[in-house]
Design a binder for this molecule. Structure first.
Ligand code: PLP
Length: 402
């Protein structure tokens, strides 16, 4: 392909755009990971992560993609043959289920149509039936990246509590952490799984487990085979700012910088509001185009991405190819069950109003070039709404020079 000038628009729902400041931090020379300087870097990362996960407990960092943290959540808490309950809520929920089966766990699946989140009512009914407490854990994806549907974790917690069932609650926040409000301690989650390459604005390569005291207690008896993913060895040495093996020093430099930006400069609550605004503006554009948002329940609309249904007879892969070739923008593909049918607009991470304007413009022009039936005016609708919001909230900046 010929050189495409200007910056590539990476509007897949992760990996996301890495801010220049974070890239520069990653460029610092690698240091001795057994030195005092490294310990102060690691300890700053651990401290900041607690604030992001909203937990007082220690957060474990693995040098791996998010899939590693999925595995760590299962192998540290469960035993061979244990039963786990999961939801058929999307592609990533399905991959986690496949992993659980590969690890020798028995999986019971609560069915779903992928257009709605985890059904807490069905969960409660299933847990009530399980009088012998065979189910050892409930696995939920907070934000399903393949569908743009967010599940109500407090409702899931409430369903478990109302039955008095002792199952652990394991939650995947890979595409929600640091983009959508999430509270590990307050919501009573036992293991939260996350990754570096989405809301945390880092390249892929780090994954995380936030853990509860109950999860730690389970890990002391868990007999699934594990070595690299062991929490006990990790947690012990982490307290001094070190790792049991060579850590991703340079991504940790990036993490320290990203945490500063999210927590000290923008503020986590503002980060969530920014994501909510961009998601709402995107949905307004989609409706103005006459297209359908894949998620059905407004209470479950994702603030980190929007999945859009293609009109019957039109393939998302061809549309995305037109957008990539003409406008140098990558959009998210349809995955497994919705391949060909759904494309995804990522609006998470280091992202602002004008980046959204460019993203939506690329989609609107691409729809025209690909011959996809739609109405014009989605971009205008989104921008008018964003402007009205800024006026209403009084956040617009007026010229200070007059
Ligand atoms: N879970 C969710 C919700 C995801 O979006 C992803 C990746 O996009 C994963 C799990 C897998 O993470 P990774 O690809 O970093 O291993």
């Amino acid at each position: 392909m010929a050189y495409q000038p200007g910056r590539h628009f990476l509007q897949i729902p992760g990996p996301t755009n890495v801010p220049d400041r974070v890239l520069h931090a990653i460029e610092y020379p690698t240091i001795d990971h057994r030195s005092a300087k490294f310990a102060s870097l690691a300890l700053a990362c651990f401290e900041g992560l607690k604030a992001v996960f909203k937990t007082r407990e220690e957060v474990v960092i693995f040098p791996s993609s998010g899939t590693g943290a999925w595995e760590a959540a299962l192998v540290n808490t469960l035993n061979p043959g244990d039963k786990v309950l999961a939801f058929d809520s999307g592609h990533f929920a399905g991959l986690w289920v496949r992993m659980a089966k590969n690890l020798g766990l028995k999986v019971e699946l609560i069915p779903g149509d992928w257009r709605r989140g985890a059904n807490a009512v069905e969960l409660e009914a299933r847990l009530l039936e399980d009088r012998g407490h065979e189910i050892r854990a409930v696995m939920v994806v907070h934000n399903e990246t393949s569908t743009g549907v967010t599940s109500d974790i407090p409702a899931v917690r409430k369903a478990i509590d109302s039955t008095g069932h002792p199952a652990l609650l394991l939650v995947d926040t890979i595409s929600s952490l640091a983009s959508i409000d999430y509270r590990h301690d307050e919501w009573g989650v036992d293991v939260t799984v996350a990754g570096s390459q989405k809301g945390l604005m880092l390249p892929p390569g780090l994954s995380f487990n936030a853990v509860s005291a109950k999860a730690i207690a389970a890990s002391q008896h868990s007999t699934l085979p594990k070595s690299y993913w062991r929490w006990d060895e990790m947690r012990e040495i982490n307290r001094k700012g070190f790792f049991p093996y060579t850590p991703s020093t340079n991504i940790l430099y990036g993490l320290r910088e990203a945490l500063k930006m999210l927590l000290d400069e923008e503020g986590l609550e503002n980060v969530f509001r920014r994501h909510d605004r961009h998601a709402e503006a995107t949905r307004r554009a989609v409706r103005a185009w006459g297209l359908e948002v894949f998620a059905l329940n407004p209470a479950e609309f994702s603030s980190s991405l929007t999945a859009v249904l293609m009109p019957e007879g039109f393939n998302e892969a061809e549309f995305r190819e037109v957008v990539l070739r003409n406008f140098n923008m990558s959009l998210g593909s349809g995955l497994s069950k919705v391949a060909g049918k759904v494309f995804r607009i990522g609006h998470l991470g280091d992202f602002n109003d004008l980046m959204l304007a460019g993203t939506l413009s690329g989609v609107e022009m691409g729809l025209e070039l690909a011959g996809v039936p739609h109405r014009k005016g989605g971009v205008l609708e989104a921008l008018s709404w964003l402007t009205a919001q800024a006026k209403e909230a009084g956040t617009q900046v007026v010229a200070a020079t007059r």
